[in-house]
Each structure stands twice: as C-alpha cells, then as structure tokens.
Design a binder for this molecule. Structure first.
Ligand code: ATP
Ligand code: MG
Length: 444
C-alpha cells in the first residue's frame, strides 16, 4: 500500500508541475475507476492539454516512445508515468487502431475511450471528478457500457469486446444489454485482432479475477467459439457421477477455475483451464463404463497448440503441457518408489501441479488424500537438499572400465535412485556398487 501511495504522490507531483505552468492536467481512465472503487491502481495515467514537446521540456527525464500519438513517458524518481495530450482519434479503418490522432479537447479525449467507467478524470488536489460520459452512475450500478454506440465502438476496435469481458469478470460487473448484444453481433470478427493481443487479454481474464465468469461471458457472447473453440466441446461431455458429482467436463472446469486466486500464475490458470481439454476426444465406453484413456497425453498436445496459437511464451507452453500431462499423477504417489516420488517432488513445476490437483479434486469428489500425501512428503523433504549432488560421474564409470553408451546412463540412474532412497550415502559406497555391477552379468 505504501508503494501505491508513493506512486500516487509522484503522479500528483507531475500534475502539479503541469498546473503551475498553466495547463489543465488530471489523472485519467483506469486509475480513476480503480481509485473510486477503492482498489489499488496498476498505473497512473495523466491526461493534459499540454502538447508532447512541452511535456518533454517541463520534465528532466522523459521518453518519447508514443510522441506521435501524443503520449510522453515521464520518469519521476525512477517510476514511469504516461502523460497524454488530450486527443481525438481519427477514423478506425481496420478494426484495430485509429488511422491517426489529433489533439483535441477533454470532451473528445473522453469520447475516444472504451467504457464509461474508464472515461473519467480526477483532479487529485481537489478530489473533483470530471465525468462527461456517465461513468459515475455506471460505476455505482456495476455496469460495463461503451461510450457512444456499442456497434460503432466495437467495429472501430474489436479488442474492446474482450476488454469488456475482462472488466466485467474482474470487477463482477454486468455488461449492459445493448453492449452485450453488440458483442454477440460482432463476435465473428474478433480475429482481425492480432493473436498476441488476444492471447494477452485471455491471459488477463484468467489471472485478474473472475476467470469462470469471464469464460461464461466468452461463451455467452459467442467469442469462445472464435477464440477457444476447444472449450465448447467440454459442454455435455458427461462423466461418471461417482468421481464427478458436479456434472459434465465444462461444469467441472468452471468450478475449478472459480477457485483460482486473482494474481495467480498464468501457468496454473491455463493448466486449470485446459487440464481436461482432451476428454471429449478420448471419451469411450468399455464394459458399460465411461473412460477417458489418453486424455492427459492428448490434452498436453492440445494445450501446446492452443498456447502457440495465442502466442504465449515458450516457457508457459512447456509448463502448461507438463501440468496437463501429469495432472493425474499424484494419485500414484503413495505407490511410487521413494526415488520416483522424490524426483517428482523436486520437479520445477511441481508446486503448480499440486495446486492444480487440489482444485481438480475440490471441483469434483473432493477426495484430498493424494494431495495431503504429497504435501506431507514435501514437508519431509524440507531441510534436505532437493537434489543431492552426484556421488559419482560418468568419468568415474569410464575409469572403472565401462564403455560410454546407454548402459552408462542406466547405472548412473540406478546410483541416483539408491542415493535418493538413502541406500548409498557416499562416494566410496557408490564406487563399490559400480564394481559390483560391472562384475555381474553383462546384458547383450
Ligand atoms: P487496467 O487496470 O487493466 O490497466 P485500464 O482501464 O487502465 O485497465 P489500460 O489498457 O491501461 O486499461 O488503458 C488505460 C485507459 O485507456 C483505459 O482506461 C481507457 O480509457 C483507454 N483505453 C485503453 N484501451 C482502449 C481501447 N482499446 N479503446 C479505447 N480506449 C482504450
Ligand atoms: Mg491501466
């Protein structure tokens, strides 16, 4: 909270400086919304009637990345603030971005913003709110409504359709009926937006709060069929009631999503979203029993495809594929060899996997035995070195007379297993084991 106050104080200092020079300057957009809701703002954007060149002259440290669009970044005590000149957008020609901007009045600046709750200004010195678009009453009523005609505003910039859903989900607001109807009418055109920006928005819907509400809104608005069509197949994919009293795979996934904390890792969120994505494809009946054999492996591949399509980072793709592939592996933990169990516990993504399996269980029959088993095993590991350094290396094995090849790797792994299980504790014992192995029968 303190850093928040510090940041706001710096924003205020910028506004004061602009005012001293005779300009009009305000906090603008999202930070005003958040402040009125009593929520911490992510960034403080400033809007003023000063031109970019003037802003550059007034402050010591500035970056002119968006000068052409009227935006200057002012660096104040190490923190960055966007200072934008009041502007009006020229026509949008491609459903993505304005063809040009020109400087304008505060009224024009408000009208080019997306939603009424995002279109207000605040004078932080007097706490006066400048609301030219009816933002205050929508904020009170909990409504997402476009500024101006929704069909025109979404046709200008299709990304706004996904933003509407993100804000509705995150703030638990309703989308105004006319705004929602316009999204439904234009959902089919959302793909003119770049895959990167779509991926970014979907990630934010999943991680900023209300992910299940967000997915429901995507489905109800017709956007899901465009952006995540694989999810639609989960609906009406029935599963055995003894394991899944909650209902079909879609319902199960929504329940699991609804338990994610705002601010959670993207990898966990996508892991939860996609853990059962291949169930429809793998559903089969054997002896009158419904089975989903192979859904973990197929699901991991589908998750990769989806995340690649959304241009998420490679590391995210890897981790989510790991989560989907192994999301049922915890059930095997009590029957694993000590070495196998320990190897699993120290895997990079294991904490994510543990959380996923908790949500998976809570969203179905709520059996937490395997989860607690692994938590206990992890606690037992605590204090021990996660991966003890090797007792012997490949060089030692070669020195002992082994020729390089697959057998060398096999023996190294055996030694590591025995080490993890506590049978071999030092180098001498390990070398003795090697000699014994080499003296034994050699496989052909
Ligand atoms: P967040 O808390 O997610 O950052 P925000 O409202 O601050 O929400 P930003 O993307 O940071 O959103 O944009 C800042 C402001 O710029 C918004 O509040 C809105 O007024 C305006 N804005 C952003 N994107 C668009 C858009 N696609 N169309 C119109 N106005 C937009
Ligand atoms: Mg913002």
């Amino acid at each position: 909270m303190r850093t928040q106050e510090g940041k706001e104080a710096k924003a205020l200092a910028i506004i004061r400086r602009l005012r001293e020079q005779g300009f009009e300057a305000y906090l603008a957009g999202g930070c005003v919304r958040d402040r009125l809701l009593g929520a911490p703002a992510k960034d403080y954007d400033i809007a003023a009637d000063a031109r970019p060149d003037v802003v550059r002259r007034l402050f010591d440290q500035t970056v002119a990345v968006g000068a052409r669009f009227g935006v200057i970044i002012v660096v104040m005590d190490g923190e960055q603030f966007e200072v934008a000149t009041f502007r009006a957008d020229a026509p949008y020609l491609d459903g993505r971005r304005p063809s040009d901007v020109r400087f304008g009045s505060i009224e024009e600046d408000a009208r080019r913003r997306d939603f009424t709750i995002n279109g207000m200004y605040l004078d932080p010195q007097s706490e006066r709110v400048i609301d030219l678009v009816g933002g205050m009453s929508d904020l009170r009523a909990g409504k997402i409504r476009t500024i101006g005609r929704p069909d025109e505003r979404f046709a200008e910039d299709r990304l706004r359709m996904i933003r509407a859903i993100r804000f509705a989900a995150r703030l638990s607001f309703a989308i105004d009926p006319a705004t929602l109807a316009a999204i439904q009418a234009q959902a089919h055109a959302v793909k003119v937006v770049s895959a990167e920006r779509i991926g970014e928005e979907l990630t934010r819907i999943l991680t900023e709060g209300g992910p299940a509400v967000g997915m429901e809104l995507l489905r109800g608005s017709g956007l899901m069929g465009e952006l995540l069509p694989e999810m639609l197949a989960l609906e009406h994919c029935e599963q055995p009631a003894n394991f899944h009293p909650e209902g079909d795979v879609y319902r199960h996934t929504m329940l699991a999503l609804s338990m994610l904390e705002p601010g959670c890792a993207e990898t966990l969120a996508f892991g939860v979203l996609l853990h059962d994505i291949a169930k429809p494809r793998c559903r089969a009946l054997s002896d009158n029993r419904v089975t989903f054999y192979g859904h973990c492996e197929h699901g991991a591949e589908m998750a990769r495809e989806i995340l690649r399509r959304l241009r998420r980072p490679r590391a995210v793709e890897e981790r989510v594929a790991y989560l989907v592939r192994y999301h049922l592996r915890l059930c095997m933990a009590p029957r694993m060899r000590q070495a196998t169990l320990k190897r699993m516990l120290v895997e990079d993504g294991f904490n994510n996997l543990l959380e996923l399996s908790l949500l998976d269980a809570l969203a179905s029959n709520s059996y937490l035995g395997y989860y607690h088993f692994c938590r206990r095993a992890l606690a037992d590991l605590d204090g021990q070195k996660p991966r003890p350094s090797r007792l012997v290396t490949g060089h030692d094995l070669i020195a002992a007379g082994l020729t390089p090849g697959p057998r060398l790797g096999e023996i190294l792994r055996e030694i590591e297993d025995l080490q993890l299980e506590g049978t071999l504790t030092d180098r001498e014992q390990a070398l003795a084991y090697v000699r014994q192995r080499l003296a034994g029968p050699q496989p052909k």
